[in-house]
Design a binder for this molecule. Sequence first.
Ligand code: BES
Ligand code: MN
Ligand code: ZN
Length: 488
Amino acid sequence: MRYFVSKTVSPSDCLIIGIFKDQDVAQLSYLSAAQQASLQAILSLGDFTGKPGQVLLQYAVQNFDAKRVILCGLGEASRYSLAAIRKSMQAVGKVLIECHASSAQVLLPKVEDDEAFLRQAIISLEDAHIRRDQLKTKPAPMHWPEKISFVGEYEQSNAALAQGEIIANAIRLSKDLANSPANFSTPKIIADRATEIAKKDKLSVEVYDKHALQELKMGCLLGVAQGSSEEPRMVVMRYEGAAASEPPIVLVGKGITFDSGGISLKPGARMDEMKYDMCGAASVIASVHAAAQLNLPINVIAVAVLAENMPSGNALKPGDVLTSMSGKTVEVLNTDAEGRLVLCDALTFVERFNPKAVINVATLTGAIIITLGSEANGLMGNNEDLIQTILCAGQSSGDRAWQLPLYDEYQELIDSAFADIANMGNNDGAKSIVAGCFLARFAEKYPWAHLDIAGTAWRGPGNMQRAATGRPVPLLIEYLMQQAQQSK
Ligand code: BES
Ligand code: MN
Ligand code: ZN
Protein backbone atom coordinates (compact mmCIF):
# COMPACT_ATOMS: atom_id res chain seq x y z
CA MET A 1 0.00 0.00 0.00
CA ARG A 2 1.24 3.41 -0.97
CA TYR A 3 -1.75 5.46 0.15
CA PHE A 4 -2.87 6.40 3.66
CA VAL A 5 -4.96 8.94 5.47
CA SER A 6 -3.70 11.03 8.35
CA LYS A 7 -5.26 13.50 10.74
CA THR A 8 -2.35 15.91 10.87
CA VAL A 9 0.25 17.49 8.64
CA SER A 10 3.65 16.00 9.42
CA PRO A 11 7.14 16.54 7.96
CA SER A 12 7.42 15.18 4.43
CA ASP A 13 9.32 15.57 1.18
CA CYS A 14 6.36 17.28 -0.37
CA LEU A 15 3.19 18.94 0.84
CA ILE A 16 0.45 19.32 -1.75
CA ILE A 17 -2.12 21.98 -0.94
CA GLY A 18 -5.37 22.49 -2.84
CA ILE A 19 -6.30 26.15 -3.27
CA PHE A 20 -9.62 27.61 -4.39
CA LYS A 21 -9.97 30.79 -6.37
CA ASP A 22 -9.95 33.68 -3.84
CA GLN A 23 -8.93 31.22 -1.15
CA ASP A 24 -9.27 32.42 2.45
CA VAL A 25 -6.13 30.87 3.97
CA ALA A 26 -7.69 30.91 7.44
CA GLN A 27 -9.92 28.10 6.24
CA LEU A 28 -6.93 25.81 5.75
CA SER A 29 -7.34 24.63 9.32
CA TYR A 30 -4.65 21.94 9.18
CA LEU A 31 -2.00 24.62 8.77
CA SER A 32 -0.60 26.70 11.62
CA ALA A 33 -1.13 30.46 11.70
CA ALA A 34 2.49 30.98 10.65
CA GLN A 35 2.08 28.61 7.71
CA GLN A 36 -1.12 30.33 6.68
CA ALA A 37 0.72 33.64 6.73
CA SER A 38 3.52 32.28 4.49
CA LEU A 39 0.94 30.97 2.09
CA GLN A 40 -0.92 34.27 2.10
CA ALA A 41 2.30 36.04 1.18
CA ILE A 42 2.67 33.81 -1.87
CA LEU A 43 -0.97 34.12 -2.94
CA SER A 44 -0.81 37.92 -2.57
CA LEU A 45 1.71 38.06 -5.41
CA GLY A 46 -1.20 37.15 -7.68
CA ASP A 47 0.70 34.67 -9.87
CA PHE A 48 -1.21 31.73 -8.56
CA THR A 49 -4.96 32.21 -8.92
CA GLY A 50 -6.27 28.74 -8.06
CA LYS A 51 -7.75 28.06 -11.47
CA PRO A 52 -8.42 24.36 -12.04
CA GLY A 53 -5.31 22.40 -12.93
CA GLN A 54 -2.87 25.22 -12.14
CA VAL A 55 0.17 23.96 -10.21
CA LEU A 56 3.08 25.70 -8.53
CA LEU A 57 6.09 23.86 -7.12
CA GLN A 58 8.10 25.73 -4.52
CA TYR A 59 11.11 25.00 -2.37
CA ALA A 60 12.02 26.19 1.11
CA VAL A 61 8.71 27.82 1.90
CA GLN A 62 8.94 29.57 5.27
CA ASN A 63 7.39 27.84 8.28
CA PHE A 64 6.73 24.60 6.43
CA ASP A 65 8.26 21.31 7.49
CA ALA A 66 8.15 20.04 3.92
CA LYS A 67 11.04 20.12 1.45
CA ARG A 68 8.65 21.05 -1.31
CA VAL A 69 5.25 22.65 -1.40
CA ILE A 70 3.00 22.15 -4.38
CA LEU A 71 0.01 24.44 -4.68
CA CYS A 72 -2.74 23.15 -6.92
CA GLY A 73 -5.76 25.06 -8.18
CA LEU A 74 -9.24 23.75 -7.45
CA GLY A 75 -11.27 26.46 -9.21
CA GLU A 76 -14.37 28.05 -7.69
CA ALA A 77 -15.19 26.74 -4.21
CA SER A 78 -18.88 26.68 -5.13
CA ARG A 79 -18.19 24.32 -8.05
CA TYR A 80 -15.86 21.94 -6.19
CA SER A 81 -16.45 18.33 -7.20
CA LEU A 82 -14.75 15.17 -8.37
CA ALA A 83 -14.12 16.89 -11.71
CA ALA A 84 -11.96 19.52 -9.98
CA ILE A 85 -10.08 16.81 -8.07
CA ARG A 86 -9.43 14.99 -11.32
CA LYS A 87 -8.00 17.98 -13.12
CA SER A 88 -5.98 19.13 -10.19
CA MET A 89 -4.53 15.75 -9.17
CA GLN A 90 -3.60 14.92 -12.76
CA ALA A 91 -1.62 18.13 -12.93
CA VAL A 92 0.03 17.39 -9.57
CA GLY A 93 0.97 13.90 -10.74
CA LYS A 94 2.85 15.38 -13.69
CA VAL A 95 4.89 17.54 -11.33
CA LEU A 96 5.44 14.72 -8.85
CA ILE A 97 6.91 12.40 -11.47
CA GLU A 98 9.58 15.04 -12.10
CA CYS A 99 10.39 15.36 -8.36
CA HIS A 100 12.56 13.09 -6.25
CA ALA A 101 10.13 13.22 -3.32
CA SER A 102 9.85 9.89 -1.55
CA SER A 103 6.91 10.90 0.60
CA ALA A 104 4.04 13.31 0.08
CA GLN A 105 1.03 14.62 1.93
CA VAL A 106 -2.09 15.90 0.25
CA LEU A 107 -4.23 18.58 1.83
CA LEU A 108 -7.51 18.91 -0.02
CA PRO A 109 -11.01 19.93 1.05
CA LYS A 110 -13.27 16.89 1.35
CA VAL A 111 -16.25 16.32 -0.86
CA GLU A 112 -19.42 14.70 0.50
CA ASP A 113 -18.51 11.16 -0.46
CA ASP A 114 -15.15 10.30 1.16
CA GLU A 115 -14.75 7.05 -0.68
CA ALA A 116 -15.34 8.46 -4.15
CA PHE A 117 -13.04 11.33 -3.29
CA LEU A 118 -10.13 9.16 -2.18
CA ARG A 119 -10.51 6.77 -5.09
CA GLN A 120 -10.59 9.60 -7.60
CA ALA A 121 -7.65 11.45 -6.08
CA ILE A 122 -5.49 8.32 -6.23
CA ILE A 123 -6.55 7.42 -9.78
CA SER A 124 -5.82 10.94 -11.04
CA LEU A 125 -2.51 11.32 -9.20
CA GLU A 126 -1.35 8.00 -10.61
CA ASP A 127 -2.19 9.03 -14.18
CA ALA A 128 1.33 10.31 -14.78
CA HIS A 129 2.96 7.38 -12.99
CA ILE A 130 3.83 5.25 -16.00
CA ARG A 131 6.91 4.47 -17.95
CA ARG A 132 7.44 4.36 -21.67
CA ASP A 133 11.21 3.99 -21.73
CA GLN A 134 11.65 0.27 -21.03
CA LEU A 135 13.17 -0.22 -24.48
CA LYS A 136 15.78 2.52 -24.16
CA THR A 137 19.26 1.16 -23.53
CA LYS A 138 19.54 3.36 -20.44
CA PRO A 139 16.10 4.09 -19.01
CA ALA A 140 16.19 7.01 -16.58
CA PRO A 141 15.42 6.01 -13.00
CA MET A 142 11.81 6.75 -12.19
CA HIS A 143 10.80 8.56 -9.04
CA TRP A 144 7.48 8.29 -7.32
CA PRO A 145 6.68 8.77 -3.64
CA GLU A 146 6.63 5.53 -1.69
CA LYS A 147 4.10 6.92 0.71
CA ILE A 148 1.33 9.42 0.01
CA SER A 149 -1.15 10.42 2.67
CA PHE A 150 -4.33 12.44 2.52
CA VAL A 151 -4.74 14.78 5.45
CA GLY A 152 -8.27 15.04 6.82
CA GLU A 153 -11.04 13.40 8.83
CA TYR A 154 -11.80 10.47 6.56
CA GLU A 155 -14.10 7.73 7.70
CA GLN A 156 -14.08 4.21 6.27
CA SER A 157 -11.06 5.08 4.24
CA ASN A 158 -9.19 1.78 4.06
CA ALA A 159 -11.39 0.14 1.46
CA ALA A 160 -11.45 3.27 -0.67
CA LEU A 161 -7.65 3.64 -0.56
CA ALA A 162 -7.17 0.04 -1.60
CA GLN A 163 -9.77 0.37 -4.35
CA GLY A 164 -8.16 3.54 -5.67
CA GLU A 165 -4.82 1.80 -5.91
CA ILE A 166 -6.30 -1.26 -7.61
CA ILE A 167 -8.10 0.85 -10.19
CA ALA A 168 -5.00 2.97 -10.81
CA ASN A 169 -2.95 -0.20 -11.30
CA ALA A 170 -5.49 -1.57 -13.77
CA ILE A 171 -5.39 1.66 -15.76
CA ARG A 172 -1.59 1.44 -15.79
CA LEU A 173 -1.75 -2.17 -16.96
CA SER A 174 -3.96 -1.14 -19.85
CA LYS A 175 -1.59 1.70 -20.76
CA ASP A 176 1.45 -0.58 -20.59
CA LEU A 177 -0.13 -3.22 -22.82
CA ALA A 178 -1.11 -0.52 -25.30
CA ASN A 179 2.11 1.51 -25.33
CA SER A 180 4.19 -1.55 -26.05
CA PRO A 181 5.16 -1.58 -29.76
CA ALA A 182 3.50 -4.04 -32.13
CA ASN A 183 6.65 -6.17 -32.51
CA PHE A 184 6.68 -6.69 -28.74
CA SER A 185 2.92 -7.20 -28.55
CA THR A 186 1.88 -9.77 -31.10
CA PRO A 187 -1.38 -11.67 -30.58
CA LYS A 188 0.60 -14.52 -29.05
CA ILE A 189 2.54 -12.29 -26.68
CA ILE A 190 -0.61 -10.51 -25.48
CA ALA A 191 -2.36 -13.84 -24.99
CA ASP A 192 0.62 -15.02 -22.92
CA ARG A 193 0.56 -11.86 -20.82
CA ALA A 194 -3.19 -12.18 -20.27
CA THR A 195 -2.64 -15.78 -19.19
CA GLU A 196 -0.02 -14.72 -16.64
CA ILE A 197 -2.29 -12.02 -15.25
CA ALA A 198 -5.20 -14.43 -15.05
CA LYS A 199 -3.13 -17.01 -13.20
CA LYS A 200 -2.04 -14.50 -10.57
CA ASP A 201 -5.64 -13.36 -10.12
CA LYS A 202 -6.93 -16.93 -10.03
CA LEU A 203 -9.12 -16.22 -13.03
CA SER A 204 -9.81 -19.05 -15.38
CA VAL A 205 -8.38 -18.38 -18.81
CA GLU A 206 -8.68 -20.02 -22.20
CA VAL A 207 -6.59 -19.14 -25.22
CA TYR A 208 -7.89 -20.11 -28.67
CA ASP A 209 -5.15 -20.43 -31.28
CA LYS A 210 -5.62 -20.50 -35.05
CA HIS A 211 -6.61 -24.12 -35.07
CA ALA A 212 -9.18 -23.65 -32.29
CA LEU A 213 -10.58 -20.59 -34.08
CA GLN A 214 -10.96 -22.68 -37.22
CA GLU A 215 -12.91 -25.23 -35.23
CA LEU A 216 -15.17 -22.46 -33.98
CA LYS A 217 -15.61 -21.35 -37.62
CA MET A 218 -14.59 -17.78 -36.88
CA GLY A 219 -14.18 -17.01 -40.56
CA CYS A 220 -14.11 -13.24 -40.24
CA LEU A 221 -11.44 -13.15 -37.54
CA LEU A 222 -9.36 -15.67 -39.49
CA GLY A 223 -9.85 -13.66 -42.67
CA VAL A 224 -8.39 -10.52 -41.09
CA ALA A 225 -5.43 -12.48 -39.69
CA GLN A 226 -4.62 -14.38 -42.89
CA GLY A 227 -2.38 -11.66 -44.36
CA SER A 228 -0.04 -11.65 -41.39
CA SER A 229 2.63 -14.12 -40.41
CA GLU A 230 1.45 -13.63 -36.82
CA GLU A 231 -1.36 -16.05 -36.04
CA PRO A 232 -4.51 -14.77 -34.31
CA ARG A 233 -5.60 -15.57 -30.79
CA MET A 234 -8.76 -15.18 -28.77
CA VAL A 235 -8.39 -14.92 -25.02
CA VAL A 236 -11.27 -15.56 -22.63
CA MET A 237 -10.70 -14.55 -19.00
CA ARG A 238 -13.41 -15.41 -16.50
CA TYR A 239 -13.92 -13.94 -13.09
CA GLU A 240 -16.51 -15.63 -10.89
CA GLY A 241 -17.43 -13.38 -8.00
CA ALA A 242 -21.01 -14.65 -7.83
CA ALA A 243 -22.80 -17.97 -8.13
CA ALA A 244 -22.14 -19.77 -11.40
CA SER A 245 -25.85 -19.44 -12.22
CA GLU A 246 -25.58 -15.60 -12.26
CA PRO A 247 -25.44 -14.36 -15.87
CA PRO A 248 -22.09 -12.68 -16.50
CA ILE A 249 -21.24 -9.24 -17.81
CA VAL A 250 -19.15 -9.82 -20.91
CA LEU A 251 -16.54 -7.32 -22.12
CA VAL A 252 -15.30 -7.83 -25.68
CA GLY A 253 -12.17 -5.98 -26.80
CA LYS A 254 -10.81 -5.31 -30.29
CA GLY A 255 -7.18 -6.39 -30.28
CA ILE A 256 -5.67 -5.53 -33.65
CA THR A 257 -2.02 -5.51 -32.59
CA PHE A 258 -1.18 -3.53 -35.70
CA ASP A 259 -3.60 -2.12 -38.27
CA SER A 260 -1.82 -1.36 -41.53
CA GLY A 261 -5.19 -1.37 -43.27
CA GLY A 262 -4.25 -4.54 -45.15
CA ILE A 263 -4.55 -4.39 -48.95
CA SER A 264 -6.68 -1.24 -48.43
CA LEU A 265 -3.42 0.14 -47.05
CA LYS A 266 -3.47 3.17 -44.78
CA PRO A 267 -1.42 6.26 -45.69
CA GLY A 268 2.00 6.32 -44.04
CA ALA A 269 1.59 9.41 -41.87
CA ARG A 270 1.02 8.47 -38.23
CA MET A 271 0.62 4.82 -39.12
CA ASP A 272 2.79 4.02 -36.07
CA GLU A 273 -0.24 4.92 -33.96
CA MET A 274 -2.00 1.84 -35.27
CA LYS A 275 -0.07 -0.17 -32.68
CA TYR A 276 -2.80 1.25 -30.42
CA ASP A 277 -5.50 -0.61 -32.33
CA MET A 278 -5.53 -3.16 -29.52
CA CYS A 279 -6.57 -0.69 -26.82
CA GLY A 280 -10.01 -2.29 -26.60
CA ALA A 281 -8.43 -5.64 -25.78
CA ALA A 282 -6.05 -4.03 -23.29
CA SER A 283 -8.95 -2.31 -21.53
CA VAL A 284 -11.06 -5.45 -21.11
CA ILE A 285 -8.09 -7.48 -19.84
CA ALA A 286 -7.32 -4.72 -17.32
CA SER A 287 -10.96 -4.40 -16.27
CA VAL A 288 -11.53 -8.08 -15.50
CA HIS A 289 -8.23 -8.02 -13.62
CA ALA A 290 -9.58 -5.11 -11.55
CA ALA A 291 -12.91 -6.89 -10.96
CA ALA A 292 -10.98 -9.82 -9.48
CA GLN A 293 -8.71 -7.64 -7.35
CA LEU A 294 -11.72 -5.69 -6.09
CA ASN A 295 -13.51 -8.94 -5.27
CA LEU A 296 -16.71 -7.70 -6.89
CA PRO A 297 -19.70 -9.99 -6.20
CA ILE A 298 -20.53 -10.39 -9.90
CA ASN A 299 -19.42 -12.56 -12.80
CA VAL A 300 -17.32 -10.89 -15.47
CA ILE A 301 -15.86 -12.35 -18.64
CA ALA A 302 -13.33 -10.55 -20.82
CA VAL A 303 -12.88 -11.66 -24.41
CA ALA A 304 -9.93 -10.22 -26.33
CA VAL A 305 -9.80 -10.88 -30.08
CA LEU A 306 -6.22 -10.53 -31.23
CA ALA A 307 -4.92 -10.33 -34.79
CA GLU A 308 -2.58 -8.30 -36.98
CA ASN A 309 -3.98 -6.64 -40.12
CA MET A 310 -1.32 -6.80 -42.85
CA PRO A 311 -1.06 -6.79 -46.64
CA SER A 312 0.57 -9.82 -48.25
CA GLY A 313 0.07 -12.44 -50.91
CA ASN A 314 -2.24 -14.24 -48.51
CA ALA A 315 -4.15 -11.18 -47.41
CA LEU A 316 -7.86 -10.53 -47.77
CA LYS A 317 -8.72 -8.60 -50.90
CA PRO A 318 -11.46 -6.01 -51.33
CA GLY A 319 -14.49 -7.87 -52.61
CA ASP A 320 -13.66 -11.14 -50.85
CA VAL A 321 -16.59 -12.76 -49.08
CA LEU A 322 -16.13 -14.35 -45.65
CA THR A 323 -18.44 -16.61 -43.69
CA SER A 324 -18.75 -15.47 -40.11
CA MET A 325 -19.20 -17.76 -37.12
CA SER A 326 -22.90 -16.80 -37.12
CA GLY A 327 -23.21 -18.21 -40.65
CA LYS A 328 -23.87 -14.78 -42.13
CA THR A 329 -21.67 -13.98 -45.12
CA VAL A 330 -19.76 -10.70 -45.24
CA GLU A 331 -18.44 -8.86 -48.29
CA VAL A 332 -15.15 -7.20 -47.39
CA LEU A 333 -15.33 -3.99 -49.40
CA ASN A 334 -12.46 -2.46 -47.47
CA THR A 335 -9.85 -4.51 -45.66
CA ASP A 336 -9.22 -1.55 -43.35
CA ALA A 337 -12.66 -2.02 -41.80
CA GLU A 338 -11.22 -5.05 -39.98
CA GLY A 339 -12.26 -4.25 -36.42
CA ARG A 340 -15.90 -5.06 -37.04
CA LEU A 341 -14.83 -8.32 -38.69
CA VAL A 342 -12.91 -9.62 -35.71
CA LEU A 343 -15.60 -8.38 -33.32
CA CYS A 344 -18.56 -9.89 -35.15
CA ASP A 345 -17.27 -13.41 -34.54
CA ALA A 346 -16.56 -12.64 -30.89
CA LEU A 347 -20.10 -11.28 -30.51
CA THR A 348 -21.44 -14.59 -31.81
CA PHE A 349 -19.05 -16.57 -29.63
CA VAL A 350 -20.22 -14.87 -26.41
CA GLU A 351 -23.84 -15.97 -26.92
CA ARG A 352 -22.82 -19.19 -25.18
CA PHE A 353 -22.36 -17.35 -21.88
CA ASN A 354 -26.01 -16.27 -21.77
CA PRO A 355 -24.77 -12.78 -20.84
CA LYS A 356 -26.59 -10.24 -18.71
CA ALA A 357 -24.97 -7.58 -20.89
CA VAL A 358 -22.23 -7.40 -23.49
CA ILE A 359 -20.07 -4.31 -23.90
CA ASN A 360 -17.64 -4.26 -26.76
CA VAL A 361 -14.77 -1.83 -26.74
CA ALA A 362 -12.94 -0.89 -29.92
CA THR A 363 -10.79 1.71 -31.64
CA LEU A 364 -13.24 1.23 -34.44
CA THR A 365 -13.49 4.34 -36.60
CA GLY A 366 -11.45 7.41 -37.45
CA ALA A 367 -14.81 9.15 -37.86
CA ILE A 368 -15.51 9.09 -34.11
CA ILE A 369 -12.51 11.42 -33.71
CA ILE A 370 -14.20 13.89 -36.07
CA THR A 371 -17.46 13.54 -34.13
CA LEU A 372 -16.34 13.63 -30.50
CA GLY A 373 -12.64 14.50 -30.51
CA SER A 374 -10.76 13.13 -27.54
CA GLU A 375 -13.29 13.98 -24.82
CA ALA A 376 -16.03 11.40 -25.11
CA ASN A 377 -16.18 7.75 -26.04
CA GLY A 378 -18.75 7.01 -28.74
CA LEU A 379 -21.57 4.85 -27.41
CA MET A 380 -24.15 2.83 -29.32
CA GLY A 381 -26.29 -0.15 -28.46
CA ASN A 382 -29.55 -2.04 -28.58
CA ASN A 383 -30.78 -1.53 -25.03
CA GLU A 384 -31.66 1.86 -23.55
CA ASP A 385 -31.23 0.76 -19.92
CA LEU A 386 -27.72 -0.46 -20.58
CA ILE A 387 -26.89 2.73 -22.50
CA GLN A 388 -28.15 4.91 -19.65
CA THR A 389 -26.17 2.93 -17.08
CA ILE A 390 -23.00 3.31 -19.13
CA LEU A 391 -23.61 7.03 -19.65
CA CYS A 392 -23.93 7.43 -15.86
CA ALA A 393 -20.76 5.43 -15.20
CA GLY A 394 -18.99 7.68 -17.69
CA GLN A 395 -20.23 10.77 -15.93
CA SER A 396 -19.21 9.67 -12.46
CA SER A 397 -15.80 8.34 -13.50
CA GLY A 398 -15.05 11.35 -15.71
CA ASP A 399 -14.43 8.88 -18.56
CA ARG A 400 -17.49 10.10 -20.39
CA ALA A 401 -19.44 8.60 -23.26
CA TRP A 402 -21.94 10.10 -25.69
CA GLN A 403 -24.63 8.16 -27.47
CA LEU A 404 -25.02 7.96 -31.25
CA PRO A 405 -28.19 6.55 -32.81
CA LEU A 406 -28.48 3.17 -34.49
CA TYR A 407 -31.67 3.87 -36.43
CA ASP A 408 -32.91 1.03 -38.65
CA GLU A 409 -32.59 3.35 -41.66
CA TYR A 410 -28.79 3.30 -41.35
CA GLN A 411 -28.78 -0.46 -41.77
CA GLU A 412 -29.47 -0.14 -45.50
CA LEU A 413 -26.04 1.39 -45.96
CA ILE A 414 -24.38 -1.99 -45.41
CA ASP A 415 -26.60 -4.05 -47.68
CA SER A 416 -24.50 -6.09 -50.11
CA ALA A 417 -25.34 -7.52 -53.55
CA PHE A 418 -22.91 -10.41 -53.10
CA ALA A 419 -23.26 -11.37 -49.43
CA ASP A 420 -25.58 -10.93 -46.48
CA ILE A 421 -23.83 -7.79 -45.36
CA ALA A 422 -20.98 -5.48 -46.44
CA ASN A 423 -18.25 -4.37 -44.08
CA MET A 424 -18.53 -0.70 -45.03
CA GLY A 425 -21.20 1.76 -46.00
CA ASN A 426 -22.02 2.77 -49.55
CA ASN A 427 -21.46 6.46 -48.94
CA ASP A 428 -19.14 8.59 -46.85
CA GLY A 429 -21.55 9.52 -44.10
CA ALA A 430 -22.08 8.29 -40.54
CA LYS A 431 -19.08 5.99 -40.55
CA SER A 432 -19.06 5.37 -36.80
CA ILE A 433 -22.77 4.57 -36.82
CA VAL A 434 -22.40 2.29 -39.83
CA ALA A 435 -19.74 0.35 -37.94
CA GLY A 436 -22.11 0.14 -34.97
CA CYS A 437 -24.91 -1.09 -37.28
CA PHE A 438 -22.63 -3.84 -38.56
CA LEU A 439 -21.91 -5.04 -35.02
CA ALA A 440 -25.58 -4.79 -34.05
CA ARG A 441 -26.45 -7.45 -36.61
CA PHE A 442 -24.33 -9.91 -34.63
CA ALA A 443 -25.51 -8.83 -31.19
CA GLU A 444 -29.22 -9.48 -31.39
CA LYS A 445 -29.47 -12.06 -28.62
CA TYR A 446 -28.56 -10.00 -25.55
CA PRO A 447 -28.41 -6.42 -24.24
CA TRP A 448 -25.43 -4.95 -26.03
CA ALA A 449 -23.44 -1.74 -26.12
CA HIS A 450 -20.48 -0.66 -28.19
CA LEU A 451 -17.86 1.89 -27.13
CA ASP A 452 -15.88 3.44 -29.98
CA ILE A 453 -12.69 4.60 -28.26
CA ALA A 454 -10.63 5.65 -31.31
CA GLY A 455 -10.57 9.25 -30.06
CA THR A 456 -9.98 8.59 -26.37
CA ALA A 457 -7.66 5.59 -26.03
CA TRP A 458 -4.40 7.34 -26.81
CA ARG A 459 -2.88 10.76 -27.33
CA GLY A 460 -0.83 11.78 -30.32
CA PRO A 461 0.79 12.97 -32.50
CA GLY A 462 4.22 14.24 -31.61
CA ASN A 463 7.12 11.99 -30.75
CA MET A 464 7.09 12.63 -27.02
CA GLN A 465 3.34 13.10 -26.56
CA ARG A 466 2.20 9.72 -27.81
CA ALA A 467 0.78 7.69 -24.94
CA ALA A 468 -2.12 5.44 -24.16
CA THR A 469 -4.64 7.05 -21.80
CA GLY A 470 -5.98 3.86 -20.23
CA ARG A 471 -9.51 4.83 -21.26
CA PRO A 472 -12.15 3.43 -21.03
CA VAL A 473 -10.90 1.40 -18.03
CA PRO A 474 -12.18 4.02 -15.53
CA LEU A 475 -15.63 3.86 -17.13
CA LEU A 476 -15.71 0.06 -17.29
CA ILE A 477 -14.64 -0.38 -13.67
CA GLU A 478 -17.15 2.23 -12.51
CA TYR A 479 -19.83 0.33 -14.42
CA LEU A 480 -18.78 -2.99 -12.86
CA MET A 481 -18.68 -1.48 -9.38
CA GLN A 482 -22.19 -0.08 -9.85
CA GLN A 483 -23.40 -3.49 -11.00
CA ALA A 484 -21.77 -5.03 -7.93
CA GLN A 485 -23.52 -2.47 -5.72
CA GLN A 486 -26.90 -3.39 -7.22
CA SER A 487 -26.36 -7.12 -6.88
CA LYS A 488 -25.97 -6.82 -3.10
N1 BES B 1 -8.38 1.21 -36.44
C1 BES B 1 -9.07 1.95 -37.43
C2 BES B 1 -9.79 3.16 -36.85
C3 BES B 1 -8.90 4.33 -36.52
C4 BES B 1 -8.40 5.15 -37.51
C5 BES B 1 -8.63 4.62 -35.20
C6 BES B 1 -7.62 6.24 -37.18
C7 BES B 1 -7.87 5.72 -34.88
C8 BES B 1 -7.36 6.53 -35.87
C9 BES B 1 -10.09 1.08 -38.13
O1 BES B 1 -9.73 -0.24 -38.29
C10 BES B 1 -10.30 1.65 -39.49
O2 BES B 1 -9.36 1.67 -40.23
N2 BES B 1 -11.51 2.09 -39.79
C11 BES B 1 -11.81 2.68 -41.05
C12 BES B 1 -13.13 2.17 -41.52
C13 BES B 1 -13.45 2.52 -42.94
C14 BES B 1 -12.51 1.82 -43.89
C15 BES B 1 -14.89 2.12 -43.24
C16 BES B 1 -11.84 4.19 -40.84
O3 BES B 1 -12.27 4.66 -39.79
O4 BES B 1 -11.40 4.89 -41.74
MN1 MN C 1 -8.54 -0.55 -39.98
ZN1 ZN D 1 -8.45 -0.99 -36.90
